[in-house]
Design a protein around this ligand. Structure first.
Ligand SMILES: Nc1ncnc2c1ncn2[C@@H]1O[C@H](COP(=O)(O)OP(=O)(O)O)[C@@H](O)[C@H]1O
Ligand SMILES: [Mg+2]
Length: 355
């Protein structure tokens, strides 16, 4: 394990009777891009504010770069922050906005000019120094906010939903830019979002939050392919969640769906006689007519939707049980007409038994 840039040891936050964050332990490695992902109110901003020092912890110890910062003021913690609402100073030029943290640190005029010009190039806004923030688009203003925090070379940058106010196209563009900046500068980045696709695109690891607690932490692949709970399976990507009864447990568990299909899946621990399984829509293969291998279910097509590059096929397995199947779009997708019998198979490694 590489050296930790940030370490939380059982850090919690209560507001009177309101528990914003249960005691949480978490490490962020040097140079890592870690994203706090979760619904509104799950404690993401609370973690960020505890690390930045803008709120005080009710319990636990916070370490940054090997230094215990628990009792230190924000300006003693040497980190950069970017918020959703740019927080630029409207009466100052772009140049002066970016130069501000350097002036606070009493850098020389030549050094300031050199660093601000460099960082304007990094964010692709060279030549914009003389403008006022109101003469820039939202995306450009957010780039300036990022530049203002890059300019003094912090080892750690915290970003709280920095792209939340931008439209989708700009958001996609700036995501790639933030990823590039992270890669080129090797800075440690702690990022907050409620957008699961943004977390998947950007992160080395994702820390999924639920009700002031860490639900699951791991690489994007871990969370996408091996969600441990219904909450995790539901929050990231599309998922089919089915009720099953357990026929036999073990690492490859034998399960029976409500409409009576036998399915094998990956289980970590199984104690109850019933469980839930998750299968991603793209994990189903549509078997050629009549083929009945292991892990096969049959049903009838209920609905077919063209959404662009993929087609969603709603399949009724029997009773109230339906699954969504996703395939790449082909010209003959209408051949999957309503009512047509369909056979689906899935690898047991793509069937996750949830806790
Ligand atoms: N100043 C405060 N006083 C009381 N409760 C707060 C305060 N700040 C946050 N909370 C509560 O703490 C919980 C977590 O909030 P927050 O960390 O802001 O969530 P997120 O950023 O994930 O949306 C929420 O239930 C919120 O209402
Ligand atoms: Mg928040």
């Amino acid at each position: 394990m590489t050296e930790a840039m940030v370490r939380l040891d059982a850090v919690g936050k209560d507001y009177g009777a309101v528990r914003a964050l249960s005691p949480t332990s978490l490490e962020i490695a040097k140079g890592e891009f870690l994203t706090l992902l979760g619904p509104s109110g799950s404690g993401k901003t609370t973690i960020l504010n505890l690390i930045s020092g803008s709120i005080a912890a009710s319990a636990g110890t916070i370490w940054i770069g090997g230094r215990n910062v628990t009792g230190l003021r924000p300006n003693q913690r040497e980190l950069g922050m970017v918020f959703q609402n740019y927080a630029l100073m409207p009466h100052m030029t772009v140049f002066e906005n970016i130069a501000f943290p350097l002036r606070v640190r009493r850098c020389s005029e030549t050094e300031i000019r050199k660093k601000v010009d460099e960082v304007l190039d990094v964010i692709g806004l060279g030549g914009y120094g003389a403008r006022k923030p109101k003469e820039l688009s939202g995306g450009q203003q957010q780039r300036i906010a990022i530049a203002r925090c890059l300019v003094y070379n912090p080892d750690l940058i915290l970003m709280d939903e920095p792209l939340g106010a931008l439209d989708k196209k700009l958001r996609d563009q700036l995501q790639l830019e933030i990823k590039r900046i992270h890669r080129t500068l090797g800075v440690t980045l702690l990022y907050v979002t409620h957008d699961q696709s943004e977390a998947l695109v950007l992160s080395d690891r994702i820390c999924l939050m639920n009700g002031g607690e860490v639900e699951q932490i791991g690489t994007p692949e871990d969370l996408y392919f091996r969600p441990r709970t219904v909450f995790a399976a539901d929050f990231l990507g599309e998922s089919n969640i089915l009720d099953v009864s357990v026929v036999s447990s073990g690492t490859e568990a034998k399960l029976s769906t409500r409409s009576g299909f036998q399915i094998a899946g990956v289980a970590t621990s199984l104690s109850a006689p019933t469980a839930k399984i998750m299968i991603r829509p793209e994990s189903f293969a549509v078997a050629t007519d009549g083929e009945q291998g292991p892990n096969t279910v049959t049903g009838a097509v209920e609905d077919v939707t063209l959404t662009g590059g993929v087609v969603d096929i709603q399949v009724r397995l029997g009773g109230a049980e339906t699954v969504n199947v996703r395939r790449l779009t082909t010209r003959d997708f209408r051949a999957m007409e309503r009512g047509r019998p369909i056979t689906l198979s899935v690898k047991s490694s793509d069937v996750m038994v949830l806790e």
